[in-house]
Design a protein around this ligand. Structure first.
Ligand code: NAP
Length: 328
């Protein structure tokens, strides 16, 4: 930190991307401050076993993994603010980051606020999260060998998750609220051609049914005639899309129609020099802990390079170009 309290780097977000950015920045002596969010840890806090992160051959609980990421960044000097950023000003450097009335400033910012899976908002969904209700087939499909499961959604994610689940489950029922699909026809055709996949259209999940241990059925409601029935299922995979956590950046950083931040191809640079974006906040394709962590590493390296260029060329450091937000 400089004498005026201006940090080299502020990392916004406390998931795999943010903590990895913090780890790399800390080991580069950039004394990062991580504004990690009130509910730090990101999407891994709502998963159970993570079995696809290399280096954990026996698997590891998602929350435990995030604690270890955090501890590792802290070991090299990263500091944490366990609260949500409420406002930012990236129009000039040092950049300003507010947490309520508290103002933090930095020469570079790494945005790693992630995304969250859309929830159905039905009875039992939250209660059985991690005990039958899940939002990631790649993460959790292997826990359902020879079981009957339900996938909710009519987009490409739902088709892809259903197809992936057929490697493990004995039967996969795709439940969609309409009888037309948002998914590309080729994905729907593939799902239709798979013997293990059945479709229930014009229906929504009304209730998740189970005992104190796990779920055993979902109650469906017809959107045509309001009738309800129970469909046996040991797993409910919700695949109705994700939302990036970007509302406080949208007027300052380039983003796509869905609100994901846009970076220069092959880098983590946003449209504001000195502001970098990493992890799920820019990625609606891969969305894995390992890809988020890799992207966090890239963000810290890009920030480090940016700062050393500024220090080498002091005249360039006086002001950053004004941030002009654009939807691209
Ligand atoms: P999406 O395209 O937005 O589809 C979401 C689906 O969930 C829609 O069918 C929607 O129904 C349904 N839905 C939304 N809210 C619901 C609710 N509350 N209750 C019940 N159903 C609800 O999201 P996505 O499938 O995650 O895909 C996101 C983007 O990634 C898309 O551009 C997609 O093409 C892309 N993607 C591509 C691939 C691939 O090419 N392999 C794989 C995955 C994702 P309605 O249709 O009625 O609105």
């Amino acid at each position: 930190m400089e004498e005026n309290g201006v940090r080299d780097v502020i990392v916004i977000g406390g998931g795999p991307a943010g903590y990895t950015a913090a780890l790399y920045a800390a080991r580069a002596n950039l004394d990062p401050l991580v504004v990690e969010g009130f509910q730090w840890g990101g999407q891994l806090m709502i998963t159970s076993d993570v079995e696809n992160y290399p280096g954990y051959p026996e698997g590891i609980l998602g929350p435990t993994m995030m604690e270890e990421f955090r501890r590792q960044a802290g070991r090299f000097g990263a500091e944490f603010v366990t609260d949500d950023v409420t406002r930012v000003d990236f129009s000039e450097r040092p950049f300003k980051v507010w947490v309520g009335d508290d103002l933090y400033t930095a020469e570079a910012v790494v945005v790693a606020t992630g995304a969250s899976a859309r929830k159905l908002g039905v009875r039992g969904e939250r209660e059985y999260q991690g005990r039958g209700v899940t939002y990631c087939a790649v993460c959790d499909a292997a826990f359902y060998p020879d079981k009957e499961v339900v996938v909710v959604g009519g987009g490409d994610s739902a088709m892809e998750e259903a197809l992936f689940l057929t490697k493990f489950a004995s039967k996969v029922t795709i439940v969609h609220r309409r009888d037309e699909f948002r998914a590309s026809p080729i994905m729907v055709d593939r799902a239709r051609a798979n013997d293990k996949i059945e479709f229930v259209t014009n229906a929504v999940v009304e209730d998740v049914v189970g005992d104190e241990r796990a779920i055993n059925a979902v109650r469906l409601r017809s959107t045509a005639d309001d009738s309800t029935w129970e469909l046996p299922a040991e797993g409910l995979f919700v695949a109705i899309g994700h939302d990036p956590t970007t509302s406080i950046f949208l007027d300052q950083l380039d983003h796509d129609e869905a609100g994901y931040l846009v970076t220069e191809p092959g880098s983590t640079r946003t449209n504001v020099p000195g502001v970098f974006a990493v992890g799920d906040v820019v990625d609606h394709t891969y969305r894995q802990a390992i890809t988020a962590a890799g992207s966090g590493c890239m963000g810290a390296l890009d920030a480090e390079r940016f700062l050393s260029e500024q220090h080498g060329h002091p005249e360039a450091a006086l002001t950053a170009p004004r941030a002009e937000a654009a939807e691209v």
